[in-house]
Design a binder for this molecule. Structure first.
Ligand SMILES: [Zn+2]
Length: 559
């Protein structure tokens, strides 16, 4: 998603007991040691498919009837109960393979007791019938026209407030939505539109089918009295905008970057992963939320702001181009190739941030791209002053706090540095191979490292250790002095790294101006202080560290 909106209402973690235990554990640890975050990754069973049927009431403020059928595969040798994530909605019935089943509720959990022990490889079908108003996940709110609407907004683990599920990114599954809504409403959900059946004044029945496994946090519906506008330009997938009446006139212009972004990412990475793309103006606590094939943008997306910097290419605010490209990039990175754990979140957010930058590089200018990356660096430096921690974060308990400049801005810079280190050809080939290997599945940071090492033939272990598993950034200071000789100048260069912590061993290009000519010399640091002698034609008049911005760095002037 896009973190352009300040998050105010943070919800209590679904695992409040585990969190409490973790805090108690933290208090009892010697200072300096933080508790590891506990994540429930796929363990004893995995979901294969969710068949979700929802009936919305006429006022659109409640689910009057819901039925979720879960097809799952047993992974444990023996399984006596299925532990689902589920919130507080009242349950009417539970069945296992058609027979009524016993169940127990815990905070944010629903345990379904199996009458017969299931064995590894068994496929089970569970049906949960329930109703009510979810406390989160499916948001009932007035849209920009003042009309009632319902929009799914699940990240990171709020979908279980309205769909019983395995609420972790490692548990990807396909999903079918059948939504019964008042006849005046327009409905959209993930995947292919199947049918819409009108029943006079009775609710209209809408069916959508997502045939690719997607993360639970991406499973959404959006219901409103808005309009659907089909994009009237050639696209790689059916593209439509779902917007309030108020935004209908501006939507084709505001969403103009969508078709070129789809084309650019398809060419650069792989064919678009889903059946269609809906761009929805709805309700989300984020600037945009990348739900697979049904992206939701904040209702204020098209509202003008005083200081909007405008796109040369599209004539719209740059921030709209950025967020549209960012959420579309997520369809490949985040949705199709999903982070295996929350510690790998940068594989989603860093990629979406960088690919939005690449889109700007292609469709605006090299200068606009530099500005974009420069802004990212500044935001990261500011963040680091508050918190200096690795991108690969296994400690932060509040998942909302992972929406930080480490995962977004520094993650994007890590990709940019890798691109500059191994070159465009190996970089993009490595990303394509990585995508292909993990499409419709999950990936880890190590999977990415492996793919880029293979495509480049370079060992990237030290780079990943320092930039992903280590914290901070280099703060370089350069000192140089030269002695004129008959055949040129002998230059002594001293490159210091002033940051706390370990040295960064990345090669550092330095541009010297000699007799009015620019000349790049590369220094290969071995530690926090590197001294080298360089021969030049004459004494340089100036020296600039990394003039092309290939490193996330600060340069500290000599005292
Ligand atoms: Zn994002």
């Amino acid at each position: 998603m896009h973190n352009s909106i300040t998050l105010k209402s943070l919800r209590v973690s679904r695992r409040s007991l585990a969190l409490l235990a973790a805090i108690l554990c933290l208090l009892s640890l010697p200072s300096g040691l933080a508790a590891q975050r506990r994540e429930r990754v796929v363990d004893s069973w995995r979901p294969i498919h969710y068949d979700v049927a929802l009936t919305l009431n006429d006022q659109l403020n409640e689910i009057s009837a819901a039925r979720t059928e879960i097809t799952l595969e047993v992974l444990a040798a023996n399984l006596t109960k299925v532990d689902l994530d589920f919130g507080e909605m009242p349950i009417d019935a539970v069945t296992v393979s058609g027979s009524p089943a016993r169940f127990e509720r815990r905070p944010d959990m629903l345990d379904i007791i199996l009458a017969r022990t299931a064995r590894r490889g068994d496929k089970l079908s569970l049906t949960i019938t329930y109703h009510g108003r979810p406390k989160d996940g499916l948001i009932f709110a007035k849209d920009r026209d003042g009309k009632p609407s319902a929009t799914g907004d699940n990240w990171p683990n709020r979908v279980h407030q309205w769909i019983p599920c395995f609420d972790h990114p490692s548990a990807k599954a396909t999903v079918t939505f059948t939504v019964a809504a008042p006849p005046r409403e327009l409905v959209v959900a993930n995947g292919k539109f199947v049918t819409m059946t009108r029943n006079g004044n009775a609710p209209t029945l809408w069916k959508f089918d997502e045939t690719k496994p997607i993360p639970a946090y991406c499973m959404v519906i959006a219901v409103s009295e808005g309009v659907k506008i089909d994009a009237n330009e050639p696209t790689v997938t059916p593209l439509a905008y779902y917007v309030p009446q108020k935004d209908a006139a501006y939507a084709p212009k505001g969403f103009a970057p969508a078709a070129p972004a789809l084309a650019f990412f398809s060419q650069t990475v792989a064919p678009y992963p889903y059946e269609k793309l809906a761009l929805i103006i709805g309700t989300t606590r984020f600037g945009g939320m990348e739900n697979s094939s049904a992206i939701v943008f904040a209702s204020t997306l098209f509202e003008p702001r005083g200081n909007d910097k405008m796109s040369q290419r599209f004539g719209i605010p740059m921030r709209i181009e950025d967020v549209v490209a960012h959420e579309i990039a997520h369809q490949w990175f985040g949705d199709s190739v999903t982070e295996s754990t929350w510690a790998d979140l940068w594989l989603s957010e860093g990629f979406a941030t960088y690919f939005a930058g690449l889109f700007i590089e292609k469709h605006e200018s090299e200068e606009a791209f530099r500005e974009y990356m420069g802004g990212a660096a500044t935001r990261y430096f500011n963040y680091e002053q508050q918190r200096n921690a690795p991108i690969h974060d296994t400690e932060t308990q509040n998942l909302m706090k992972l929406l930080n400049a480490n995962n977004y801005e520094k993650g994007a810079w890590v990709l940019h540095m890798l691109r500059k280190r191994i070159g465009d050809e190996a970089f993009f080939k490595g990303l394509r191979d990585y995508y292909k290997a993990h499409r419709d599945a999950n990936a880890t940071t190590e999977d990415l490292r492996g793919a880029l090492e293979k495509s480049s033939g370079k060992n990237l272990k030290e780079f990943f250790a320092r930039w992903i598993y280590g914290a901070g950034h280099p703060r370089y200071q350069l000192e140089w002095g030269s002695t004129e000789r008959r055949a040129g100048a002998s230059l002594t260069v001293e490159l210091k790294q002033l940051q706390d912590g370990e040295a960064f061993l990345d090669p550092v290009p330095i541009e010297f101006t000699v007799n009015g000519q620019k000349k790049i010399e590369t220094i290969y640091p071995k530690g926090k202080l590197t001294r080298v002698s360089i021969r030049l034609d004459a004494s340089p008049t100036s020296a600039v560290i990394d003039p092309d911005g290939t490193l996330l760095k600060e340069v500290v002037a000599r005292p």
